[in-house]
Write a protein that binds this ligand. Sequence first.
Ligand code: SF4
Length: 232
Amino acid sequence: MSAKTLDAIHSEVIACTKCRELRRYCAQVATEKKRAYRGLTYWGKPVPGFGDPNARVLLVGLAPGAHGSNRTGRPFTGDASGDFLYPALHRAGFANQATVSHADDGLQLHDTYITAALRCAPPQNKPTPSQLRKCFPYLVREVEALGRLRVVIGLGAIGTRAAIEALQAAGYSLSTKRWRFGHGAELTATKGKRVVTLISSFHPSRQNTNTGKLTRAMFDAIFTRAGELLAV
Ligand code: SF4
């Protein structure tokens, strides 16, 4: 059921044209290309989620990078953020390989699904509130489709905010009264007997990893905590 529903969402996402300015921008980037990738064909379309349809862990990022997943068509593939994320997932046992390069590189995620608040690369990596609103229903439907969900990891403040709102829109109760975004901050969401823990993390962008704001140990701690929650 999850797999079929997620496949249907993927098809809709790939064909989506709700943000015309983003579609134009992504297509333009895909045509002009970065010098280093001149010989390659860019994906250039909205980037659907990726991973295990039976996942208990959901990662919510910000948006595709113009020359990262807008080029490769898979979240966090082909840019510095992915080069930091996938080795961490591999160390924690959530991915079968640490190195990723393109959509057919053999990567498989175990018990993990990756998506984003926005599925088209925005200029300067800065989505507008209107673009986030238009893309939001896809995230809600992914949350609903993941029937075994136990842990949601928000990557960065925007990804985390989208994840919280998607849980609420999907019928989960949670309170953000005393909660503030921070690395490792947690929230508990409930829906009947189901309990989902949201963990927020700094985004693995080059800006954070190059400055030491997010270290390998800090990032590993997020996935160790996710593993602990799954083991309960
Ligand atoms: S950002 Fe989302 S809503 Fe906007 S065009 Fe892309 S897929 Fe559609």
